[in-house]
Write a protein that binds this ligand. Structure first.
Ligand code: UD1
Length: 358
């Protein structure tokens, strides 16, 4: 297939690119090399991929990039939670305006197949189980409760403690920050487009992706990269809340395989796929695993919190397994050890280059 991969120079994108090339696809990468991610560095695609440097929001760039293309994987986006309310316009512009221009361009070019990077953040707090009321969706987190160290969201009906459940793709959509809102809007634009032109969309709701090449030292770095950077600097990972918040940490190689599989196999209609390992862990457990792997200081639980954070969000990815035959290959402990080792090697290389250049 001739595939246009937007955001192919990024963390997940570069792994998707490797996977597409390994599967013998012709790949054209479109990436704007955002300065807040790439810090002005140039990027050379691996052979034989073709590279167009440009922004998805520009119709002429899109028209050029879509020439001769059979299917699109759209990963180009501004990621992270959003640092401040002032970030909202950039999320709307980069993610939603960008997707709208891409879809309009695909309609002009007659390209009908899209695989879209979405996120588990579209579910907000997801679903939990109340002994009294069964499955319930926890309400928004209350600053006063968080300040008092009450991190577990209670049952919205009776206030009793809840046990987190795995969310399926049919769970209520409840975006709770600018990034989540922009991801959900992308899904809705793509759904409208598919209906109007008879296209297909696979919406990949990634859980917490980690692995080699993960962005670090930016405001948009995920927690695994933040902890690794701290440990490599000899500092203890700072675990927010009480460390009991649960996530599904999934290795980037498994995410890339799922994305390419969806691009190859999903050719009709609109389908959302959760992309998670199926084995949730707490952030505290993850900090301990990295600390062990890097033989660094033990994690410190700080009680700090971020209002936009959800408490627990964990996926049921059986649709992806059943419909596309995907299986995650890298289990948590082995993945964390590999990630820690790769981060250590990168920092040693950086240190050596730095020393050589002085
Ligand atoms: C992450 C991604 C988001 C993606 C989602 C699903 C980032 C910044 N966010 O959201 O783009 O859509 O996964 O794949 O990559 N924490 C600490 N200490 C820290 C930093 C964070 O304990 O120093 C905690 C947070 O409070 C939170 C958890 O770690 O409870 C995860 O945070 P983060 O890595 O930012 O990820 P998500 O918010 O889950």
């Amino acid at each position: 297939m001739r595939v246009l991969l937007t955001g192919g120079a990024g963390f997940i994108g570069s792994h998707v690119l490797g996977n597409l090339l390994a599967n013998q696809h012709d790949v054209r990468v479109l990436d704007s090399l955002r300065p807040d991610v790439h810090k002005g560095d140039s990027w050379i695609p691996p052979e034989p991929a073709e590279f167009h440097a440009g922004d998805v929001r520009k119709p002429d760039v899109i028209d050029q990039a879509l020439k001769g293309i059979d299917a699109v994987i759209h990963l180009a986006a501004k990621v992270g939670l959003g640092v401040a309310i002032g970030d909202m316009p950039d999320y709307a512009s980069s993610n939603d305006h960008g997707t709208a221009e891409l879809l309009a361009g695909m309609a002009r070019a007659g390209v009908k197949h899209l695989t879209l990077a979405s996120s588990m953040v579209v579910y907000g707090e997801g679903l939990s189980h109340c002994r009294e009321h069964g499955a319930v969706a926890p309400g928004p987190r209350q600053p006063a409760a968080l300040r008092a160290g009450n991190f577990e969201p209670p049952c919205p009906i009776c206030g009793c403690p809840l046990a987190p459940l795995l969310v399926t793709e049919d769970a209520k959509l409840d975006p709770r920050n600018a990034y989540a809102t922009s991801k959900l809007a992308q899904e809705f634009y793509a759904t409208n487009w598919a209906r109007a032109i008879g296209g297909s969309v696979a919406m990949m709701r990634y859980h917490n992706v980690y692995g080699p090449g993960m962005p670090k030292d930016t405001p948009y770095a995920g927690v695994a990269a933040i902890f690794t950077s701290m440990l490599l600097a000899g500092r203890a990972p700072q675990v927010f809340e009480d460390g009991g918040q649960r996530r599904d940490f999934i290795h980037v190689a498994d995410v890339a395989a799922a994305t390419v599989l969806a691009c190859e196999a999903h050719k009709t209609g609109v389908t959302a796929f959760n992309v998670g390992s199926g084995t949730p862990r707490s952030v505290g457990e993850m900090a301990q695993a990295l600390s062990r792997a890097l033989q660094g200081p033990a994690p410190v639980v700080t009680g700090q919190f971020r209002l936009g954070d959800v408490r627990h969000i964990t996926a049921d990815s059986s649709r992806l397994r059943n419909q596309l035959g995907w299986r995650p290959q890298i289990e948590f402990d082995a993945g964390m050890q590999e990630f820690a080792a790769a981060s250590r090697d990168t920092s040693v290389i950086r240190a050596n280059y730095g020393a050589a250049g002085q």
